[in-house]
Design a protein around this ligand. Structure first.
Ligand SMILES: [Zn+2]
Length: 466
């Protein structure tokens, strides 16, 4: 299996550190609001990676964290429930959005990660890690907070493996207390923030001195990953916007604190979702949530299909038309599965084995889902493959795609009608209009209608008004 590794900026053969086993970490959501579909793309992508590893017979351990304490969750929880105990308010506020998040993922048929640590429940591990970094001389206290010494680190470690940073630009002793900042502002980052009035805090005793406060965002992920995976582990995923400062800082802290060669062998990043050509994001105030899509009559699975149309490393432009095309593609696929409901799948034939392998070869080439979808449609239209083989193949492909074809309810459209529609589509593609019209009439006489669209066609049972 080949994957693009952001550390080396190359597509490389993936080899796990321990034969047959893969440790996978995904930066989870900051639960201060509903996830938008740009966020959700990251989790569907990670799920596709997980599924691809599974069909390649790896045993996986997937860890995804919940960031329930950082600047935004605190700010929002405070404005929502004034007068309450800050820790209680934070818990109450974030649990609500955490529940929505897991529901969204379930609806998108994303597998549940094996471990789902919450930051607020991993504070001890974070403090331990900070103490280790302090002991090694790569952190220092300042005004009640504790900072990571980037200058010192970059003198004997590569800082800027994921994004290019010029070490000469680094100024010693300048600090950022914010969790998010730009590459141009590279400086010492905060490991532990000092307590602010009215905010939730935890005591932190170091050599008899107390540092009441809370963790910085970056240290959270290092500690939560380490709690469940040996460091370094195999694959770390996230959106491209997390490369800097988040992932860069996660690596630096882990290398020093855990005295490891690195945090993960592979960093794999997915690109953004655009909306009408502009980057989607809460701070740009142009975003949709899954609930917004559902209000317009779309299902989560339509969005899943839409995500897979583009390669994970390409930007994906969201339009309602494109989402509709994805829905039509999925409906057509479901129709086909319904039509095959009485067919017994054949997994034994040579034809099945060859096509399964061809599909895997595409998936294993850096998770090329657009090519894999194209291959699926080509397989469906291939007359030399029997319906029994097609059914077996579709379910095999679905182990990676995750469209839940097994849950498609059997319905009405007989396989002969679907085959006629496929033949008509062939005729249309080769511009044999006469033949296409002839087949259309045949379909209609049998009580069905066929609708053409960008994705190909849809078959419906004709109603009395047709
Ligand atoms: Zn993270």
């Amino acid at each position: 299996m080949r994957l693009y590794n952001s550390l080396t900026k190359k597509t490389e053969e993936f080899k796990p550190l321990k034969a047959g086993k893969v440790g996978l970490y995904t930066c989870g959501p900051t639960v201060y609001d509903q996830a938008h579909i740009g966020n959700l793309r990251s989790y569907v992508f990670a799920d596709i990676l997980l599924r691809a590893l599974l069909v390649n017979d790896y045993k996986t351990k997937w860890v995804m964290n919940i960031t329930d304490v950082e600047d935004k969750t605190i700010e929002k929880s405070q404005s929502s429930s004034l007068g309450q105990d800050p820790q209680k308010a934070l818990k109450e506020y974030t649990r609500k959005y955490e529940a929505i998040f897991w529901k969204d993922l379930k609806n998108l048929n994303v597998n549940l990660p094996d471990k789902r640590p919450r930051a607020t429940e991993t504070i001890k591990e974070m403090q331990k890690l900070i103490v280790r970094i302090l002991k090694r001389g790569y952190a220092y206290p300042k005004d009640g907070a504790i900072y990571f010494d980037v200058k010192k680190y970059s003198e004997n470690h590569p800082y800027g493996q994921l994004v290019n940073i010029d070490p000469k630009e680094l100024k010693a002793g300048t600090r950022s207390n914010a969790d998010e900042y730009e590459k141009e502002d590279v400086q010492d980052f905060v490991l532990w923030k000092n307590k602010k009035e009215g905010e939730p805090f935890w005591n932190f005793k170091i050599k008899g001195r107390n540092f009441p406060g809370r963790p910085g965002w970056h240290i959270e992920c290092s500690a939560m990953a380490h709690k469940y995976l040996p460091v370094p582990f195999d694959i770390h995923t996230g959106g491209v916007d997390l490369k800097f400062p988040h992932h860069e800082n996660e690596i630096a802290q882990s290398v020093i604190g855990y005295q490891a060669a690195g945090l993960a062998s592979f960093f794999v990043h997915n690109d953004h979702v655009l909306i009408d050509g502009q980057r989607m994001g809460k701070r740009f105030k142009n975003f949709y949530t899954l609930a917004d899509l559902e209000k317009k009559g779309f299902a989560a699975m339509d969005l899943r299909y839409f995500f897979l149309i583009a390669h994970y490393r390409s930007k994906l432009n969201f339009t309602w038309e494109a989402l509709e095309a994805a829905r039509n593609g999925l409906r057509r696929l479901n129709d086909l599965v319904r039509a095959l409901s009485k067919v017994k799948p054949n997994r034994k034939s040579e034809n099945f084995k060859i096509h399964r392998q061809q599909f895997l070869d595409i998936v294993n080439q850096d998770l090329d889902t657009p090519q894999a979808l194209a291959f699926m449609w080509k397989t469906i239209g291939n007359k030399s493959i029997t319906p029994a083989e097609k059914k077996a193949l579709l379910f095999e492909f679905d182990k990676v795609f995750g469209f839940e074809l097994a849950r498609v309810k059997p319905l009405k459209i007989p396989v002969e009608i679907v085959q006629l529609a496929e033949q008509r589509e062939e005729a249309r593609r080769s511009q044999n209009w006469q033949e296409a019209d002839k087949i259309r009439r045949q379909i209609e006489q049998a009580g069905y209608s066929v609708l053409d669209n960008e994705e190909g066609f849809l078959i419906r049972q004709r109603s009395k008004t047709d």
